[in-house]
Design a binder for this molecule. Structure first.
Ligand code: R2B
Ligand code: URA
Length: 346
């Protein structure tokens, strides 16, 4: 397929946008012709950094809204895959100098914050896909770990997205490019979604389900909330809309899934979205569960994704080598506590 002639609707299921070695085939011929490619919002560049050396081993790119959640996830996954930092080193925010997104690397797992809403995710996805290309990563899998409002599901339920729908229930993301409206399919990897679902344990004290996800451009009016600064509809209108969503198989609402799905699919990257519901929107609009409860809920998608990463690494025989890697930190959590304790006595 010519890089220039491929368009939004031409990519069939069979077409794979990667080379036979699994590296990303960039659908933009301009990049190769540039002296350098500055990934401005990541504070990285193709000539300023050895991106292949830094990121060539990345197999999983996990993204979530906030820098803190992704830092927590980085520490969590470090424990889960038994990755040990070399003596005297700590996890560093690789993109700290961008002051936009944060990024932590734990062996084959890259943990990146994406901010709120599709524009923020779009910018990040362009740069992350180019990063995968410059780094020559092979078959990277992208997973969004997020929060959402549930529809007919209780707070704390883990939801794996089957299809991402826009505000008009279309399974695509709408772009305006050079003044023209372009739709790209918002497709996620169904097999990956099923594999994730299979890793839910009957012992988990919560449900893990698969369903359709509505992606909106706003948290308030856009999600049919009555509690924004403005509201020109009635409670009955809202309930009718939520019921319509439910009738169409929608089980949750969030704000990033269509762009995430559309750009990963366009790049030929396998991707999934796993969110935890912070409330059941059929019961109300306010997010008002206690902080500790919500923190525990937010760990749930991370637990599922960690199970998946462990499983894949174990299948490839790579889990053991990570466990055996040289390192001096036995427990990142305790390490941090000891460090904080020492700082307090400075
Ligand atoms: C879920 O939570 C955020 C809004 O509070 C948004 O980023 C999303 O998708
Ligand atoms: N995130 C959303 O986008 N909506 C909710 O209701 C909760 C979290």
């Amino acid at each position: 397929m010519s890089l220039l002639t491929s368009n939004s609707h031409s990519m069939s299921e069979e077409e794979i946008d990667e080379y036979s070695d699994g590296t990303i085939k960039l659908r933009n011929p301009n990049i190769e012709l540039m002296d350098q490619d500055i990934l401005y919002h990541l504070a990285l560049g193709s000539e300023s950094h050895d991106l292949n050396e830094m990121f060539g081993d990345v197999k999983f790119v996990c993204m979530g809204g906030t820098p803190k959640r992704m830092e927590n996830f980085a520490h969590f996954i470090m424990n889960e895959i038994g990755y040990k930092l070399p003596a005297g080193t700590m996890l560093q925010d690789i993109s700290a100098y961008s002051y936009r997104y944060s990024m932590y690397k734990v062996g084959p797992v890259l943990c990146v914050s994406h901010g709120m809403g599709t524009p923020s995710v779009s910018i990040l996805m362009h740069e992350m896909i180019k990063l995968m290309y410059h780094a020559k990563c092979q078959d990277p899998i992208f997973i969004r770990i997020g929060t959402c409002g549930g529809i007919g599901v209780e707070g704390g339920t883990v939801i794996i997205t089957e299809d991402a729908l826009d505000g008009q229930l279309r399974n695509s993301h709408e772009f305006t490019i050079l003044g023209k409206v372009v739709h790209r399919p918002a497709k996620l990897d169904k097999k990956l979604a099923r594999e994730l679902k299979a890793l839910a344990s009957p012992d988990d004290p919560y449900d893990t389900i698969i369903g359709k996800t509505l992606c909106t451009n706003d948290f308030y009016e856009g999600q049919g909330r009555l509690d924004g600064a403005f509201c020109d509809f009635s409670e009955a209108d809202k309930m009718e809309y939520l019921q319509k969503l439910a009738d169409n198989g929608v089980v949750n609402i969030e704000m990033e899934s269509t762009i995430f799905a559309a750009l990963t699919y366009h790049a030929g990257i396998k991707a999934a979205v796993v969110c935890v519901a912070l409330l059941n929107r059929l019961n109300g609009d306010q997010v008002n569960s206690p902080k500790e409860v919500m923190n525990e809920w937010q760990a749930r998608p991370q637990i599922l994704v960690a199970r998946y990463i462990r499983k894949v690494l174990a299948q490839k025989g790579q889990l053991k080598s990570l466990f055996n890697a040289q390192g001096s930190i036995k427990s990142p959590r305790r390490f941090k506590l000891v460090q904080q304790e020492s700082q307090a006595h400075e």
